[in-house]
Design a protein around this ligand. Structure first.
Ligand SMILES: [Zn+2]
Length: 90
C-alpha cells in the first residue's frame, strides 16, 4: 500500500487507518503535539539534528534554530500555567 503522505510503498500492516505509514503518522503526532503547545516547529522524531515546521518542511538544523530553545521555554511556562507572570521570554 502507498502512504498518502510520503508516497512510499508499505505492507498493509505498516499503514495506519488514516492511510499514512508509521513514520509519517509519528511525524503527524509530533506536529499535532507541537501545535497544541503553541509551537511552530518540532524535532525530528528519530532524534536526528533537524527541526521541522508544522507543515512538514525542514526548518533547519537544531544548531541553526537556537531560538527554538526560547520557544520551548515559553511552551513550558504556558504548560505549567505560569504565563501570567514574568517568566515568558521575548
Ligand atoms: Zn509515509
Amino acid at each position: 500500500m502507498k502512504c498518502h503522505i510520503c508516497g512510499d510503498q508499505y505492507d498493509q500492516a505498516d499503514i495506519t487507518p488514516s492511510g499514512s505509514c508509521r513514520w509519517c503518522a509519528r511525524v503527524e503526532r509530533f506536529s499535532a503535539f507541537a501545535a497544541s503547545c503553541g509551537l511552530t516547529r518540532f524535532p525530528d522524531p528519530s532524534g536526528e539534528r533537524y527541526l521541522y515546521r508544522l507543515n512538514g518542511d525542514i526548518a533547519g538544523k537544531k544548531s541553526e534554530c537556537l531560538d527554538f530553545m526560547d520557544d520551548l521555554w515559553n511552551a513550558l511556562v504556558r504548560a505549567k500555567g505560569a504565563a501570567g507572570g514574568d517568566l515568558v521570554l521575548g
